[in-house]
Design a binder for this molecule. Sequence first.
Ligand code: NDP
Length: 286
Amino acid sequence: MEIINGTELSAKIRQTIKQEVEEIKTQGKRPPLLSVILVGDNPASQSYVRGKEKACLSVGMENRTIRLDAGISQEELIQVVRNQNEDPDVDGILVQLPLPDHFDADPILDQISPDKDVDGLHPVNAGLLLTGRDGLVPCTPSGVMEMLKSIGLEDLSGLNAVVIGRSNLVGKPLSLLLQQKNATVTMAHSRTKDLAQICSQADILIAAVGKEKMITKEYIKEGAVVIDVGINRMANGKLCGDVDFDDVKDKVSAITPVPGGVGPMTVCMLLMNTLKAYKEHEAYGR
Ligand code: NDP
């Protein structure tokens, strides 16, 4: 059984990003800049934003965190996003989610220029992915694809993939990426009947649900590759995934741990998207 170590894999990819950024700087050009907008004082969001600041620093990218009071209005927040759109130094814009309750997130995310939308959540980028064209792809799904690639699963022809979860952030884009690589994809969700039976047909099983250790060995095909996207906090304060790691580990051929699996890959793909946006901006302007 192989453990797909997201911490190690992301460190390797970050190294190549760092080299590219160094080359950019050596040429006397400005480095890529990621602008993160954080509204309010949600402790988890604050910690995620600190992680993104550190990640930028680690590869030599510029980072700008715009911290805003939870009390600002929807219109004020939209104006902040527009200002970042118009700033020629900014390559990537990310609005940290979740926003406080009084905001309607979709119209705010829709304001981000698609060419700066490093979270890949703008309908233009979602549409480009749906139609198989080049755009900015959400970070967690592309991180999962990198993990599959790292164990030699690049062309998925003939393989059954089951994705549990159908969110715009993870499940939907991931199912499209798997399809692009020729997997036969089944999408499961809370209304799916006989979930264990469906999952037990999967050569590649991806859990993106948010339910502590719900995937046990009954859900697993012998020799399956299991990617655990879930991040859940247990009663003892520790993190765990959607997959019961100890229960399934003897049945799988490869599995991602939580923590240290998909999480670090997500941040790494954010850097990758920022670099990609930067290159487009340098080539075609903003
Ligand atoms: P959402 O809550 O948006 O989506 C959860 C999905 O799971 C929904 O489609 C829901 O179905 C489905 N679901 C819920 N309960 C069940 C069930 N009992 N059986 C089958 N399907 C079920 O979550 P996200 O997609 O945003 O995130 C999923 C998990 O991944 C969370 O734990 C989150 O913390 C984690 N995450 C991890 C990241 C990382 O970097 N590692 C990044 C992003 C998320 P329905 O649509 O019918 O409601």
